[in-house]
Design a protein around this ligand. Sequence first.
Ligand code: NAG
Ligand code: NAG
Ligand code: NAG
Ligand code: NAG
Length: 713
Amino acid sequence: MSQPLTTRPTVAGISIFPFRQPPPLCTFLFVIVLFVATFYTLHHPNTTPHLLSRNSHNALILRRLFLSSASNATISSYLRALTRLPHLAGTKPSLDTLHYVLHHFQSLGLDTHVAEYEALLSYPAHISVTARFSNKTTVEFDLNEPVVYDASGGDDSSSSPVVKPYHAYSPSGSAQGSVVFVNHGEERDYRALESIGVSVRNCVVLARKGDSLGRGAIVKIAETKGALGVLIYAENDGGGSGGIERGTVMRGIGDPVSPGWPGVVGGEKLSLEDDRVTRRFPKIPSLPLSLHNAEIILASLDGARAPVEWRNSGRVGSGQRVGPGRTVVNMTYQGEMKMKKIQNVLATIRGSEEPDRYVILGNHRDAWTYGAVDPNSGTSALLDISRRFALLLKSGWRPRRTILLCSWDAEEFGMIGSTEWVEENVLNLGASAVAYLNVDCAVQGSGFFASATPQLDGLLLDVLKLVQDPDDVGLTVEETFKSQNNFIQRLSRVDSDFSGFLHHAGIPSIDMYYGADYPVYHTAFDSYDWMIRNADPMFHRHVAMAGIWGLIGIILADEPVIPFDYISYAEQLQAHRDTLSKLLEGKVSVNPLSMAIQEFSYVAEKAKDEAKKLKEQAYSKNDVAAAAKRRELNDRMMLAERGFLDSEGIKGKEWFKHLVYGPAAEPDSKLGFFPGIADAIAMNASEGMIEHEMWRVARAIQRASKALKGGFT
Ligand SMILES: *[C@@H]1O[C@H](CO)[C@@H](O)[C@H](O)[C@H]1NC(C)=O
Ligand SMILES: *[C@@H]1O[C@H](CO)[C@@H](O)[C@H](O)[C@H]1NC(C)=O
Ligand SMILES: *[C@@H]1O[C@H](CO)[C@@H](O)[C@H](O)[C@H]1NC(C)=O
Ligand SMILES: *[C@@H]1O[C@H](CO)[C@@H](O)[C@H](O)[C@H]1NC(C)=O
């Protein structure tokens, strides 16, 4: 339903009306006529080859046209189609979603292709968990989720059931032992157990998933402590629905049998016995457990009382005991690892003036179950963006730079589709990718959240000012974002497809979502029905996300001078240095960092002045020399992020090359940046080692300065 024209809020001279359904053809033609008329009355027609010249006025018209062509109805129809069946990577229904996305792009007339790989995926065959209690009764737990409704509308869901709750890449095997409750399974939790005399050696550990540790890390730490098996439960079990959280426990990302190189069909694949493969998998079996079953085990535990810090947190009561004692569990996971074809779909909108520079929008398509939140809220937004880009193309728009729209496969197994693609294209990405814009779960609840590399902060906030808040018609997303004291976070996490782009290839990146978390994560209840009942009944948040995502794409593709702000990066680096300095309490000097950041700030200021001058010229002159200067500055700004890469990578995680943002040893590192330094501190390394890691970061910052400055020493 369209909103009346008069109630559309206006922000900075741009009227925002994102909730319109697709206008009827006559309305659309009228908009085009109006648009053409506006253009011709305001501008000399001979100066521009295109309907839309890239001056500021026309940029505003274009952005308005993009926002006004949003449609909650089309987004909801895409989501419904994509989530009809569970579509785990490597299965038949997953192939159907591939064809759906492929056909969508093709029917819009976009230049579309499939990038196919072969990767080792992991599926469950048989799982069981039995417990013997002190009263001598033995219980075999029901490991299925309750079936509440049939999301397929009753046709063929029985032939495509939701996959059993399991941990992908868990080794097959049984583990039997007394149960020990280990809280979140962090190192400090084991230290707390040790302090009350509890060891988990030869036991089965029961862990509740917390905020700081992923399931792979929980299993890894349990393994080092001598546990035989791991059961993990989530305290928020689908909002009381009995959902069980699936997930991968693979270490590192990408196809395990082609580590570091693209898993192309017919390419080199390591054998399953190869040490480079086996070290990617845990040695002990693990399974997810429902909250209900976990609570039965928790209630039966005897032995020592839980450490004080764990009591009365979440659902763990003050009388909780941790074992080991008379509750014994026998858990079995039997699964298969299979080579499967996986497919990324890529649509290309060729740039008119700089076709060899790329702005990349990406989202994954595969899901653990129906995937309404994760990831197809993002897929629907991407499909709507492509629909609207096609409209803009019909009205004469050509982006200055090339835009790539990417639909990744097998993200849930460890970002495999995007990682293989990044590995295959790493040189071309390094030479020509301006930015990567990721949206995985577009909508999981309320409130806008974003993470970015810092040179993108300003652009992101500017775009939030142009988009109406989906939950408060009078406000922009930027206003609510600020009023909720939200801030742009950084991208050290390794939990979606931006990881390969940023951590391996050094591409400036953004990752965005609505909602901090959601109860049906990776459960059978992540369905269209859950979405419209709980997260976005009228798809207004989807519309807002598509608006933000698409506009950032348009601006990065179209602005003559790329709107990167490296002063923001310099300030963030200073703040990181200050945090680090406090943590080190003067034991190790942060001087090398300070010097490097000072130089980086200076170069960033210079780049800003240069950008300002060139921007003024961009709107007045159309001469070749100015265009060459702009391109030269743009390239330096594009390449500066690559400076943070180090060919040797992070120690022990060498594939991760970015020394400012990347995965650090969890959970003892509180930094969230400088992963090499964080690891050295967490591992209690010598001062010399910490100094060395600090120098490596300082040199990375110097490389970034050199790239941003240009020329040679
Ligand atoms: C035995 O103990 C378990 C765990 O505390 C409990 O769930 C079960 O109902 C008990 N069985 C009997 C027969 O008391
Ligand atoms: C544990 O359960 C599995 C599967 O039911 C069974 O094969 C195995 O023998 C059991 N282990 C022990 C020690 O009872
Ligand atoms: C789209 O939004 C309008 C209100 O702006 C609402 O009436 C309509 O039901 C929504 N459509 C869908 C499919 O949610
Ligand atoms: C770190 O090393 C110091 C000195 O050798 C030692 O006292 C401390 O316990 C160690 N900490 C950890 C977490 O290993």
